[in-house]
Structure formats: C-alpha cells, structure tokens
Design a protein around this ligand. Structure first.
Ligand code: APR
Length: 232
C-alpha cells in the first residue's frame, strides 16, 4: 500500500470544539504563550501553567473526534497512513488511527521535571503542585514547550522522507521544526494542503491546495485519492 503521510495541526481538531492557537479567538489571544508554554514560565508560575493544561485536559475529555479524524482512519483501508501531529490531544487515537506520532507531547500524560523518561498516563486528571514522580520530583505536563527540544523530529523526518503522498491539515506552518518537515518530502511526491485560510508554505513546489475546513477537505481528498487509486 502506498505511504500516505499526514502532518496535522490544531485546525484538524477545531471542528471537535478545541481552539486553535493563532486564529482569532485562538488560545494565544487569551494567554501569554511564554507564560504558559515555556520552561521560564513554569519556573515563574507553576500554578498558572498547571491550570492552563488542566483546563485543556478537562475540555478534551468532553471532545470527540470529527469527520476529518474518522476519514483518516478510513483511508487506512487503501493506504499505509502515518500521522505526524503537532496536536497534544488524543483525537486521532480515539478515532482509531493506528500510526500517530506526537511532536509536541500528549495532554493525557505527565512527566517528571528532573527525569524526562519518567512519563505517566494520567487520563483527564489534573496535575497539582506536589504531585511527584517515583524519584520525588514535581510532575509537569508531558508537553514540548517553546525553546525545548522536539525528540520525535528525527523519526518524523524519516517517515516523511518515505512519503508517496503527503498531506498537511490545519496547521499555519509557522512553528519549527514541524513546519520544516515539508523539506523532507520526496521530489516526486504530490503534496496536498487542507485549510480554509491562506497558509504560507516554505517551499517552492506545487501544492494541491484544498481551501476547506478539515471535515469537508478530507472528504474531497479521499474522493480524489481513491479515484486515482482505482485508475492505477
Ligand atoms: N479545518 C482546517 N484547518 C483549520 C480549521 C478547520 N476547521 N480552522 C482553522 N484552521 C487552520 C487555520 O487557518 C490555521 O492555518 O488551522 C491552522 C491553525 O494554526 P495555528 O493556530 O497556528 O496552530 P498550529 O499550526 O497547530 O500550531 C503549531 O504552535 O502553539 C504551538 O505547540 C503549539 O502545536 C502548536 C504549534
């Protein structure tokens, strides 16, 4: 089966009621990003950071996968689908996607502040000051904050370099190194981008732009890919 690699951002979860970051009314309009999503912010005000992620975790509990998540699962019947997501929500997994690589962490996990390999599944429970890892260090959200390394980026680049179809859904492509993955897409691999708004793509290649919201756009993509697939 052809390798279909999909890079997703918060836009793919927008129709599940989860806010994006930079759209009007987005998370970064209401929060200072360096206060809630940086290590310096954590040192300055741990309670504020914990509350920010506890609230998002509680909201995620009530969210459900949408059409876009579901169709990416359906496409596994025809393609070897690899999802690389910047999202920390678990909606791809809850929809049933088999191969999901998280670049920026997972909201339903906590990790030790001092021993990064100590990671715990916490479901939708809050993390509170005083919650400790087995070595006695404070727990923090298992989220990659600005200025921190993205441990999964090498694996993501390897997956992208094997793409036979590459699809970008619901990301503004302004955050690196995630946005740079597009440079690893093989020369002869078609690239599709689904977004209702303009997105500045950092490469000089032909992009099949599907100017739609994720739910509608992925339906159009599926019809196109399957009709191409049947013609083969
Ligand atoms: N369907 C598809 N795309 C949508 C929809 C929708 N229903 N609604 C909005 N979008 C698009 C917007 O047009 C925009 O291009 O989703 C994109 C969201 O962009 P951002 O808010 O910048 O979010 P994202 O690209 O996921 O952010 C990347 O930045 O803040 C950090 O770590 C955080 O992972 C995040 C990273």
């Amino acid at each position: 089966m052809k390798k279909l690699v999909v890079l997703t951002g918060s836009g793919v979860s927008s129709e599940s009621g989860l806010k994006t970051f930079r759209d009007s009314g987005g998370l970064w309009e209401n929060f200072d990003v360096m206060e809630v999503a940086s290590y310096a912010g954590w040192l300055k005000n741990m309670e504020l950071v914990l509350k920010f992620y506890n609230d998002r975790r509680a909201q995620l509990k009530n969210a459900v996968p949408n059409m876009a998540h579901d169709i990416l699962v359906e496409l596994e019947q025809y393609f070897d689908v690899q999802i690389i997501t910047q999202n920390v929500d678990n909606l791809h997994e809850r929809a049933g996607s088999k191969n999901v690589l998280h670049l920026h962490g997972i909201l339903t996990q906590a990790r030790s502040c001092e021993v990064p390999d100590l990671i715990y599944d916490i479901g939708y429970n809050p993390i509170n000051p005083g919650d400790k890892c087995e070595k006695g260090f404070q727990l923090r959200p298992n989220i990659v904050w600005f200025g921190e390394a993205v441990p999964a980026i090498e694996q993501a680049a390897l997956i992208t370099a094997e793409a036979e179809i590459f699809v970008v859904i619901g990301t503004s492509m302004v955050v690196y190194p995630a946005a740079g993955l597009i440079d690893y897409v093989p020369k002869n691999c078609p690239i599709f981008l689904i977004d209702p708004n303009d997105v500045a793509v950092p490469i000089y290649r032909h992009i099949h732009f599907i100017r739609e919201k994720a739910g509608t756009g992925v339906i159009q993509l599926k019809d196109k890919l399957i009709s191409d697939h049947q013609r083969l």
